[in-house]
Design a protein around this ligand. Structure first.
Ligand code: PLP
Length: 372
């Protein structure tokens, strides 16, 4: 069976360096808010191309804290609206509703699966304060039009960069394109920790200081609390491990791209719609997502024939019980995508032979295979 993702194999690649980094932290006796986190924050800010990086406990917290900081700074208030793609992972939406802000769901483009920038302006109201773009599947969602809309309407641009670490737009790295960006180091992400981890990047000093205080009980000076904050910190041990893996990120993303290029040139099956790549800089293939009108048959066929495929995501946020008030909303593009998408195995440790097997298996699928 070709596994969808082999994290153990990924870890083995840098095993010695990681063991050394982890041992250093264990032996130091200092596990939170120390020099490992400082160093990683500096290196990650440099990598992304922003002035500031603040480590937090996970990607959801990164997004929650960004919005909380805008509320503390008086830029947003309860009931304000944030535009967000309707086909995102639930965390983008949770971050908004958790702050008593209102997500305004905008349909994606059927070719790129990214927020449809021609449908954003009609979603703007006097209460709109921000657009949260999500670089879904590892592909850049930013467009010049989105930047221009934010400027013209005075909106904050927030990036959910959880899936796109290392992705570029016109030479700039995603996470540096807007006012603030949330990052995730969940083990399965392109830059994965050994547990949960996340970060916020920004160029704004006041905002960065607010975020740092909010993630540390609302405090920048010990036992002085300026905000009703929370406890959301990146552990020293995770920071040390991430700092090792950051050195290999571009190389690892390049391997993902090579596999994606191989899939794109070799998969030929009329039942399958391949992802469209405009520019190879702007996609780091966190996921390789294909579409098929016979998705469920294809999924079963692949799994029966030794290729583990998954669905990202089977049910869109507006059809979830958690958001039952929205269950009747009609978002046809989003719903079509959720009914048809399938993710093939892709990572920096997929071998050439495995990639070849994936291609052969996808190519051998026929619509009626399972009914015969
Ligand atoms: C993974 C993910 C998150 C949340 O990150 P966690 O670290 O798991 O909390 C947010 N948004 C998107 C699009 C994600 O894929």
């Amino acid at each position: 069976m070709i596994k969808f993702l082999e994290i153990q194999k990924i870890t083995q690649k840098y095993s010695d360096e990681i063991h050394r980094a982890a041992s250093r932290v264990i032996d130091s006796g200092w596990y939170l808010l120390g020099e490992e986190t400082n160093r990683f924050e500096k290196n990650y800010a440099h990598f992304i191309g922003t002035n500031y990086c603040i480590g937090v406990a996970n990607g959801l917290d990164a997004l929650r804290i960004i919005l909380k900081a805008y509320i503390e700074l008086g830029i947003m208030q309860e009931g304000d609206e944030v535009i967000v793609p309707a086909n995102t992972f639930i965390a983008s939406i949770l971050a908004i509703t958790d702050n008593r802000l209102i997500p305004v769901l905008v349909e994606p483009d059927i070719n790129s699966y990214q927020i449809d920038d021609t449908k954003i302006e009609e979603a703007i109201s006097p209460k709109t304060k921000a657009i949260m773009i999500v670089h879904l599947y590892g592909q850049c969602a930013y467009t010049d039009k989105i930047g221009e809309i934010c400027k013209r309407h005075g909106l904050k641009l927030i990036e959910d960069n959880a899936q796109a670490t290392g992705c570029k737009f016109n030479g700039k790295i995603t996470g540096s394109l807007g006012d603030a960006s949330g990052h995730s180091f969940y083990p399965g992400k392109n830059l994965g920790a050994f547990g949960d981890g996340g970060a916020i990047t920004t160029n704004n000093k006041e905002f960065a200081e607010t975020v740092r205080a909010l993630a540390n009980y609302g405090s920048n000076v010990k036992y002085v609390f300026d905000y009703q904050g929370l406890n959301s910190r990146l552990d020293e041990i995770q920071a040390a491990i991430l700092d090792v893996k950051l050195n290999y990120l571009d190389e690892d993303n390049q391997r993902r791209k090579d596999i994606a290029r191989y899939f794109l040139t070799r998969i030929h099956n009329p039942e399958v719609i391949l992802p469209k790549v405009q520019d190879w800089e702007s996609h780091v293939f966190h996921l390789f997502v294909i579409r098929s009108a016979h998705r469920d048959n294809l999924l079963q066929y692949l799994n029966n024939n030794g290729v583990q495929a998954l669905i990202h995501y089977p049910v869109p946020p507006h059809k979830q019980k958690a958001y039952r008030d929205w269950n009747k909303l009609s978002l046809p593009v989003t719903e079509k995508i959720h009914n048809e998408v399938l993710s093939l195995p892709i990572s920096q440790v997929i071998t050439d032979e495995e990639a070849e097997t994936v291609v052969k298996t996808v190519n051998s699928f026929r619509q009626n295979d399972l009914n015969k």
